[in-house]
Design a protein around this ligand. Sequence first.
Ligand code: GLN
Length: 542
Amino acid sequence: MLKNRGLRVTILKLDPYLNVDPGTMSPLEHGEVFVTMDGSETDLDLGHYERFLNQDFTILSNVTAGQIYNELLDKERMGSEFLGETVQVVPHLVSAVARRIKKLGESEDADVVIVEVAARSATWRRRRLSRRCVGCETWRDAKTRFQYILTLVPLLKPTNELKTKPTQHSVRALRALGIQPDAILCRLNDPTDSEEEAESLKDKISLHCGVPRDAIIYLPTLGNVYAVPGWLEKQGLAEVIMDRLGFERRDPVVPPVWKALADKPNLANDGEVSIAIVGKYTSLQDSYLSVVEALRHAELNQGIRIDLEWTPSELIEENGADRYLSKAQGIVVPGGFDKRGTEGMIQTAQYAREREIPYLGLCLGLQMMIIEFARHVAGIEEADSTEFDAAASEPVIALMEEQKNVTEIGGTMRLGAYSCVLTPGTRAYEAYAMAKNGSEKHNGTFKINERHRHRFEYNNAYRDRLERLGLLSSGMNPELSLVEIAEISDHPFMLGSQFHPEFRSRPEQPHPLFDLFVRYARQFRPDGTQHQLFASAVSVGS
Ligand code: GLN
């Protein structure tokens, strides 16, 4: 909303844990690790920020308590800054956090810094903040701060009553800490039948919480998360924020895609396609959050509905692929680590290849596709990854040269954006040519930039042999001659990327590989009757 009013906005997530970043945490513990262009491993909320603001962020946008303690303890040991002092939470730690907020605002020359602090969010008008903060460096003195909290207003079903007590108690608890919200966003889980009652509750909340009535805003569960900004816009939240931060009110310039999303809170339903996600962490769907969002972007772009089937790869190992995948029109094998469940992914790749089911492999999903092809097409029975068997006799997937001397686990993978040149005549080329964005064209070829997070790679020693049998290298890193995208030539769409395309997909720019994958999936008929190649229907620019 602020960006649509011409302000330069940046955003920061403060995380309370002592890990330096979430890169070393299990996705089952913490959800997906989001990777930015500069190669930082961050909280999955950074993914939401990038998708909603359609902006790239950096390491400066995710601060953890671990980073702050690290910084303070390093300085304490160096004796450079605090020599002779007692280093304490107040003022040292609090000031260090405030410095990070300012540093982000300055480095991005932002008008406004949005900061997520646990359950509440605050928005600062940056220029005044930096003046006011000199010396004291606490947040409270920033008069241009706007803070809101999000509370739940539950509906008691038997009496159809909305309860405001949890909101009142939350605000009371915050006030005890000296925090007075400027606005309250009330999450309604159920649409309420009596809008009048809900409106009258605003008076009650306003009175008990000391927040003006126009700054109390209901936020029901909408059919699609991308409809939320449009909803908040209609409720007048932007005016409340602009007034409080001292900006002149102005009309938003809403990009057409957001308007379309806001007008259509429930996904379009012009067709359905069933897509299976086969991975190790399917019990926590947040583990693959950006993958799901990238599929949603293709869904919104194509005006269809995707039904996601979550399938643990270990079950496929135990019971065979047919039991779980016989209805799938497309299969995604996302990223992951360690051996557990990987034989199930290899079986999945074989199932997709033999039945010509569109397949998209993301990082580990590419590696599994290559091992499967090596074993069953090239007859290299012992083909494996050295991640699973360090002494593999046929290391089709092997540790990257630059990783061989790495001893520390945290932040040491091949991380962030690397370039890749696409091979004309391949599906990968077709995908990026159709999308006409996110890539540069030179002399008839495309150079793309995508985000990585891995240690192992397709071993070049096997490339010629597999290529001759139809495993094409459709994207290459020009500096290191690494295969970044591979695909199977006599298959409608069986493609894997060593990078994670999901991190760059945005509602405004659905990722080309996801978008084309979904187009092929829509054409696939699991009963085998009407399966037709889609190539003629998907022409460049359609
Ligand atoms: N474990 C594999 C590697 O490190 C794949 C990583 C991933 O899927 N992100 O290369």
